[in-house]
Ligand binder design. Structure first.
Ligand code: GLN
Length: 200
């Protein structure tokens, strides 16, 4: 059987996530059909969902305008996997401390946007991640810091701050796992996620 994956495509970074999902699926012996989500009505068919980075104010506004936001909430409430990266993490969060972001409030974290400081605006660092044997190349681009990880499991820290968390079916990262050749994080978030229903 073939799983249906959705990549939220209201702003971009879709092809990179689609590639990473496809590679991770192959590595786990799964077949996946990846769809770009720009309109409502598609998320309900998805077994798993990626929410890429970009600009969180824009993404959250478009998700609301296109009426995709409630569908993502229902996807998570149904216990289906969601990977939220960088601006995606900001949008998924409980609170981003910025009224221009319409938070989905599906992940029990608070975040601070662009919080690594000017010198560290964009950088790459090897990140040790719970569940992965070798460090993961973390690409941080004007990344958010997780200021309160609530009840989430912290999967990774950098500079003593959480940069990857898991809560139920959701994995959230401050960095961009799709911008590397390494699909292990997508594997962890989706195909090693007990929330994934492969029986459909
Ligand atoms: N700085 C962006 C924001 O706050 C996130 C950056 C990214 O997704 N690379 O929305």
């Amino acid at each position: 059987m073939t799983l249906t994956a959705g990549v939220i495509g209201v702003q971009g970074d879709v092809a990179e996530h689609a590639n990473a999902i496809t590679r991770a699926a192959t590595a786990h012996g799964e077949r996946v059909d990846v769809r770009e989500i720009r309109d409502s009505g598609l998320v309900p068919d998805c077994d798993l969902l990626s929410m890429p980075g970009g600009e969180s104010t824009t993404i959250s506004r478009l998700l609301r305008r296109e009426e995709i936001a409630p569908e993502i909430r229902e996807h998570v409430a149904a216990g289906k996997p969601l990977l939220a990266t960088c601006a995606g993490l900001i949008v998924a969060a409980r609170d981003a401390g910025d009224e221009r972001v319409a938070n989905l409030d599906v992940l029990d974290v608070t975040v601070e946007r662009n919080a690594f400081g000017r010198q560290r605006d964009s950088f790459e660092a090897p990140i040790g991640i719970a569940g992965l044997d070798e460090p993961f190349p973390g690409v941080f681009i004007r990344a958010p810091v997780i200021t309160d990880s609530g009840e989430c499991e912290v999967l990774a820290t950098w500079d003593d701050r959480p940069v990857a968390v898991r809560s139920g079916p959701i994995v959230g990262t401050s960095f961009h796992p799709e911008l590397t050749d390494d699909a292990r994080l997508h594997g962890l978030a989706f195909f090693e996620n007990p929330a994934l229903d492969t029986s459909a």
